[in-house]
Design a protein around this ligand. Structure first.
Ligand code: SAM
Length: 276
């Protein structure tokens, strides 16, 4: 790995895990664990240490995508890393796949998708609010250093946008995702995956019913919790506080039957709320 240069972003990390994202300039920087001269980072490498004026140690790292997402300008709610990582894996993203995503929001999901696509394939992001689309584009271009050539942004309402392509994957992060299902189903190839994220279970129920009525099967709904642990010489226990609920994730596959998956009735499982 190359040595740090002036103008680069660096994630300063204390021994207790506190982080500060700073840009290397010829200036002092101070926090509650003491001060440093940012210019002293030039010539050091990732994993090197810097000692503050109070004698505390700071580790030096280049920011990860997660660090970047939490530091970028956010005009909308973004998807948390624990959900982003699962959405990429359960959505089976691979270099070269074609994806439609809606809404674009602040661009956090787009960044994770583009990273996993490794510069190949095609991502089309559909966002109805022009100011959000512009903000997300700035976040994405800044992360990659230039607009990614495999990314296209369409400003429009997903309920009305008409695309003739058939993609491998569809990602949905909308307040009313069920309203987009009928239109989106015609843009997904048979066997393709749709991944949706919703904070409320009422959204998930409506979404599941709509998916099953519009040519989707193998529908899974789940949520993920991350519980951090405090481990030192005296303690080994979960931390007192955690980000508990964030959202539910829905994964479904496009199937050839015109009605999709048959509802399951009377057994307390998916389908209880369908009309049949
Ligand atoms: C929660 S944000 C998406 C956040 C995004 N996934 C991220 O990671 O930054 C939801 C977005 O959906 C957009 N939206 C809502 N309804 C829409 C529609 N019918 N068509 C397109 N975009 C829509 C909103 O403007 C908003 O930007």
């Amino acid at each position: 790995m190359s040595k740090f240069e002036s103008g680069e972003w660096v994630m300063l990390t204390s021994q207790k895990g506190k982080r500060w994202l700073v840009r290397i300039e010829d200036q002092p920087y101070s926090s509650h664990i003491g001060g440093i001269q940012l210019g002293d980072i030039v010539g050091k490498e990732e994993g090197d240490w810097l000692i503050t004026s109070t004698g505390a140690k700071l580790m030096l790292f280049r920011p990860s995508l997660q660090d970047y997402i939490f530091s970028m300008k956010r005009r909308t709610q973004i998807i948390y890393p624990k959900d982003l990582s699962a959405m990429i894996f359960y959505g089976d993203i691979y270099p070269g796949c074609s994806i439609i995503e809606t809404g674009l929001g602040s661009g956090a999901l787009s960044l994770a998708l583009l990273r996993a696509m490794c510069g190949r394939g095609r991502l089309i992001s559909i966002e109805k609010r022009p100011e959000f689309a512009l903000g997300a584009k700035e976040n994405i271009d800044r992360f990659f250093g230039a607009p990614p050539s495999n990314h296209e942004i369409i400003v429009g309402d997903i309920e009305q946008v008409c695309l003739t392509c058939e993609v491998d994957r569809i990602y949905v992060d909308l307040p009313e995702p069920w309203r987009a299902v009928r239109n989106l189903s015609s843009m997904l190839r048979m066997g393709g995956l749709l991944v949706s994220l919703s904070p409320n279970v009422g959204q998930v129920q409506l979404m599941t019913r709509e998916l099953k009525s519009n040519g989707f099967g193998d529908v899974e709904n789940f949520e993920l919790m991350r519980r951090d642990w405090k481990i030192d010489q005296l303690r080994a226990r979960p931390v007192d506080r955690m980000v508990a609920h964030t959202a539910f994730i829905t994964v479904a596959k496009r199937v050839s039957s015109s009605r999709g998956e048959e509802p399951e009735n009377g057994n307390g499982e998916a389908g209880d709320f369908t009309d049949e």
